[in-house]
Design a binder for this molecule. Structure first.
Ligand code: NAD
Ligand code: ZN
Length: 345
């Protein structure tokens, strides 16, 4: 398709981003072209916008930002056989090599040579985006595009919460950003006995409660470990989902987990973290690092959970803004007084 489109772009190696125009992307025989209907802001986008140390090492401007999205397929390459023009799609944002051992053994989520949309290649804060057909996830036609766009982070939450048993178990979600809030809802929907939510932001703890957390704890106000031990008669919590990226919070989870508990780590600390391995050993804890979403098992779980009627993540969408207001969106992300912020091109 000829013509130009509006985009939000990291133009230079410095904080901020600009609204600009760019050629509508070309697409190869195995790619599809999509008209973006909704694109949500991820923490990663805020990292790129604010130009933190990670972004400085990884991003090569100019780069169209954004990766979480949904939209309508308007063209397909000559070798595409699954996705059709007119389909409403979201996408797995990790474009994997399909050649490495991990890809070839059902573990493409930990591909050794993965490119990420809006990070390594141009992304979705744009009117159009081209992606490999294989990455497209076809949605029901009547799914709200905003909900469609947040299935990708929902997949992170589902992958983390369901990386072990939760039915009938107590589950703590530590860090109730958008993904943590989703994890609260997923744990509740999957039959956790009690969901604990921990965050330093009252706005987010309030949302966590609305999504099914029975106990909310603010480490700025209470000693989280003491409080958990009091509530659980000294037993501790069965499962902890680390979604804060905070070192102190991670250590608290090691302390409040029950013997034999599971700690699933999604949060990304900015520096190496010290932990007491003796506690892990003598408590018999299982620690599991979580990257992305299993391809495509997690996506089927997301679809099934949304279809079940027991998972409602709509309250997590707190703001919908036109794409032009991306700076307001970034400010909201910075303040923490938001759930998911959706941009509409
Ligand atoms: P976010 O930054 O919006 O949320 C983090 C939350 O942690 C915030 O609400 C913050 O108030 C809270 N927090 C900070 N310090 C805390 C403390 N001491 N105790 C409790 N809570 C605390 O992030 P998000 O978008 O919801 O993502 C969650 C985490 O997962 C982030 O670290 C993100 O970088 C990471 N992430 C990992 C993957 C992956 O594939 N592993 C993918 C996406 C995001
Ligand atoms: Zn690979």
């Amino acid at each position: 398709m000829n013509g130009t489109m509006k985009v939000v772009m990291k133009e230079q190696a410095q904080p901020g981003a600009i609204m600009s125009t760019k050629q509508i992307p070309t697409y190869g025989a195995k790619d599809i072209l999509i008209k973006v209907k909704a694109t949500s802001i991820c923490g990663t986008d805020y990292h790129i916008y604010s130009w933190d140390a990670w972004s400085q090492n990884r991003i090569k401007p100019p780069r169209v930002m954004g990766h979480e999205f949904s939209g309508e397929v308007i063209a397909v390459g000559s070798e595409c056989h699954r996705v059709k023009i007119g389909d409403m799609v979201s996408a797995e944002t990790h474009i994997v090599c399909e050649k490495c051992v991990q890809c070839r053994t059902g573990n493409a989520h930990i591909c050794r040579d993965c490119a990420i949309l809006g990070v390594d290649i141009d992304g979705t804060f744009a009117e159009y985006v081209a992606i490999p057909e294989t990455n497209a996830w076809v949605n029901d036609k009547d799914l709200d595009p905003a909900l469609g766009s947040i299935q990708e982070p929902l997949g992170n939450a589902v992958h983390t919460v369901l990386s072990g048993d939760v039915a009938g178990k107590s589950v703590a979600v530590v860090g109730c950003g958008p993904i943590g809030l989703m994890a609260v809802a997923v744990a509740k929907a999957c039959g956790a006995s009690t969901v604990y939510a921990v965050d330093i932001n009252e706005y987010r703890l309030d949302l966590a409660q609305k999504l099914g957390a029975k106990v909310v704890l603010n480490p700025k106000e209470v000693d989280v470990v003491k409080e958990v031990m009091k509530i659980t008669d000294g037993n501790g919590i069965d499962v902890a989902c680390e979604m804060s990226g905070n070192a102190a919070a991670l250590n608290q989870q090691i302390d409040f987990l029950a013997n034999g508990g599971r700690l699933s780590l999604l949060g990304i600390p900015t520096k190496p973290v010290d932990i007491d391995i003796n506690k892990v050993v003598f408590k018999g804890l299982t620690i599991h690092g979580i990257t992305g979403r299993r391809m495509y098992d997690t996506w089927y779980k997301v679809k099934g959970l949304l279809a079940s009627g027991s998972l409602n993540i709509e309250p997590i969408i707190t703001h919908r803004l036109p794409l032009e207001e991306y700076e307001n969106g970034m400010e909201l992300m910075k303040s923490g007084n938001c759930g998911k912020v959706i941009l509409i091109p």
